[in-house]
Design a protein around this ligand. Structure first.
Ligand code: MTE
Ligand code: MO
Length: 220
């Protein structure tokens, strides 16, 4: 009997085939628009410019009076003025923007304070599972604590090495790269940790609570 007819060998070849198919299933291979293979999520088109979207208000927040409050159900509430914010450890990250209105923009270079650093400092209570961003224009949006603590989440004050412009949410906005861009609150003034979820401005108006672009969580 030759080696490949040996039942033990056939069993081991089958096991390998099954393992690789299982890996494909886990990675979603051959599905259209899955992460890794394809960079553009389903239903999106690539743009080179950077559109501006807001509620018709672009608050002017001078650095001299800028404050960021980090509070809610935490052991250590924090308030930073501009100097204190700049004195925090800084990080850089390059990520893609995916807006629910169907444009995507690749390779945006952000500089700012890591969300993880905020969580470490504020020490949310053990029952906290949600984070709510409050902005100077009255806008709010909600994410889970797990989403907020991803390593690529930034409290960004610079884009491509330049101060974030007012129209794009400067002095500071949140960047949540893994979700549709409405989760990335511009002109942020308060980060609230909460045990109970509270849907934000667009979430109460029919947008999806979770907002994953890869599974097209656009509307609820
Ligand atoms: N404070 C605030 N943040 C906001 C918004 C807003 O209206 N106010 N719009 C959201 C939406 S719907 C999008 S698509 C992005 C737009 O960011 P950009 O203008 O920098 O492209 O900001 C998000 N963050
Ligand atoms: Mo948006």
């Amino acid at each position: 009997m030759s080696d490949d007819e040996n039942p033990a060998n056939i069993a081991s070849i089958k096991a390998k085939l099954i393992a690789s198919k299982q890996k494909w299933a886990r990675e979603g291979r051959l599905l259209t628009g899955k992460a890794g293979e394809d960079r553009l999520p389903p239903g999106q088109r690539l743009v080179r410019d950077w559109p501006v979207l807001d509620l018709g208000l672009q608050p002017d927040v001078p650095l001299a009076t800028w404050r960021l409050r980090i509070d809610g159900q935490v052991n250590n509430p924090v308030e930073w003025d501009w100097a204190a914010f700049q004195a925090q450890p800084q990080m850089d990250d390059v990520s893609d923007i995916h807006c629910v209105t169907s444009w995507s923009r690749y390779d945006n270079h952000w500089t700012g304070v890591a969300a993880r650093h905020v969580v470490e400092l504020a020490k949310p209570h053990s029952e906290v599972n949600h984070v709510i961003f409050h902005s100077h224009d009255g806008y709010t949006t909600n994410v889970t604590l797990e989403q907020f603590t991803a390593p690529d989440v930034v409290l960004a004050h610079a884009w491509e090495g330049k101060p974030l412009t007012r129209e794009h949410g400067g002095p500071v906005r949140i960047i949540m790269p893994q979700y549709y861009f409405w989760k990335s609150a511009k002109w942020v003034q308060r980060i609230e940790f909460a045990a109970i979820d509270r849907p934000g401005f667009w979430e109460v108006r029919g947008y999806h609570n979770n907002a994953d672009p890869w599974t097209e969580e656009r509307y609820s």
